[in-house]
Design a protein around this ligand. Sequence first.
Ligand code: NAD
Length: 486
Amino acid sequence: MKPANISALPKPGFVIGGKKTTESSIGSYDHLYPANGQLTYAVPLGGKKEMDEAVAAARKAYPAWRAMPVNEKRKLMNRFAQVIRDHGEELKAIVMAENGSPHMMADVFPEWIADLFEYNAGWADKIGGDMITTWPAPAFDYTIDEPYGVIGIIVPWNGPAISFGQMIAPAMAVGNTCIIKPSEFAPYSCIRLGELALEAGIPEGVINVVPGGGEGGTALCSHPGVDKLHFTGGGHTAQKVLSAAQPNLTPVGLELGGKSARLVFADADRQTAIQAALMGCIPMSGQACIAGTRVLVEDSIFDSFVADVQNAASYIKVGDPADADTAMGPLIHKQQMDRVLGFVDRASSNGARIVSGGERLGGDLADGFFVGPTLVADVDASHEVVRDEVFGPVVSFMRFRDEEEAVRLANATPYGLAAYIESNDLKRVHRVAEALDAGSILVNNAYGLPVAAPFGGNKQSGVGRVGGIHGIREFVRTKNVYINMA
Ligand code: NAD
C-alpha cells in the first residue's frame, strides 16, 4: 500500500472572510488515511467561536454579493469553474487521500464540480420572478425571487467536494453567501475549494469553510445569523439539526440516507443487471446515499442471478485507491468498518446466507479499513440488514413473485431516496417508475446525478431537491408585489 499523498493536502484550517487560519478554539481531530491508518494531519475543529466569525464574514459579504450585477456573478463563477479544472490533478489527489475515493472515482470529480459551477452560473441571470394575473380590480402583481441571505451548509464525508458544488453553486448564483461545514473525517477538498474560490476572485466572505464535528454543526444550526440551513447526512443527525434550528425557526433543507431497492425483472439484460447489482457495493465501497442495497429479483431467475453476481463480485479489485484499476477502496474509518461488519455478523446469526465477503481484508490491506463486496441472501424485510442503512459494501437479495409484490417490497421502508429498475419492458418501466415512492428512479444500470436533474428524497430521505432549477429554487424565496392600479 502506497503511503498517503500528504503533500497534496492543503494545511487544514478555516477559510473565513478570505483568510486562512489554523488555530481552533476547541481542539483537533487526528485524521487518518483510511487505506493504511496513517496520520495525515491534526485537523483543527470549528466550534462556536469559528462559526461566529464565519457567520459575521458571510453577513458582511452578503449586501455587496447580492447587489453585484448578475453578469459579473456569472463570470466569476465561470472563472472559478476554470480554476477548479486547472487544479484537477491536485483535487483528485486530495479526494483520494481524504476519504479513500478510488482513482477511477476521483477522476470524474473535478469536471463534475466545475460543471456544477458553470451550470448554476447560467441561472444567475435567468432567475427573476413572474407576472401574476389579477382580477377583477385593476391591479399589477408580480413576484421577485430573492436570496435568503446567509446559508449554512453541512456535508458528510463520503463526497464533500461534490456536495460543495451541489449546494454552494446554486446558493451563490442567486445571491446568497455561504458557510460550509465539512466533516472532520474528510475536510480537505472543501478547504482547498475555499482557497481556490479566492484565487478565482470570488469576494472574501462569500464562501467560508469551517471543518468540524457535532459542536461546530450545532453552533451553525443554532446561529441567529443564518437564514437557511442545508444539511446532508444521516437521519439521527438531522433530528439534532432540526432541534438546534428550532428556536430561530431557521428553515432547513435535508438530503438524508437511503435503503434503495433495485428491482431485477426476468426480462432484464442479464449482464447489465449483474453489473447494476454490484453498484450497491462499488461506488465509495457502498458509502453512497443512493446505493441500491436491496436487490429484489424475480423468483424465476433468483438463484442463477445471485450466483452470477457472486461470480462477478470475485473479479472486483479492492485495494489501493491510487491504483488506476482499483474499483473499491477502504471504508472511512475503523468505527465504520466495525459497524458494517457488525451488520453482517448479526445477519448471519439471524439465518442469512453470506454469499460473499463480510470480512475485513488482510494481507497488503491489513492496515486499512477494507471490506470486500458483501452479498447477503435468504433474508426478508424483518432483517436489520434489509431495513437499516448500512453505509458499506453490503447488498441483500430478496425474491418477488410479480410486479405488484416487487413494488410493495421496494416501498416498504421509511426511506425514499432512489429506486432502480432493471427491465427491457418499456411499459413496465413506466408503470413501476410511477408506483415507486422515491425521489430518483434509475433504469437499466443508470447511476449518477445529472447536474441539471433534481435530486432528493421522499419520506425520511429528505426534504427539498438539489440540482437543476429545483436546486436553484431551494435557495430563493419569493416576494409578491401587488399594486393597486385603480
Ligand atoms: P452524519 O449525519 O453523521 O454527519 C453529517 C454531517 O453532520 C457531518 O458534517 C457531521 O460533522 C455533522 N454533524 C454531526 N453532528 C451534528 C450536529 N449535532 N449538528 C449538526 N451537524 C452535525 O452523516 P455521515 O456519517 O457524515 O454521512 C453518512 C450519511 O449521510 C448517510 O446516512 C448517507 O446516506 C447520508 N448522505 C446523504 C446524501 C444525500 O444527498 N441524500 C449524500 C451523502 C450522504
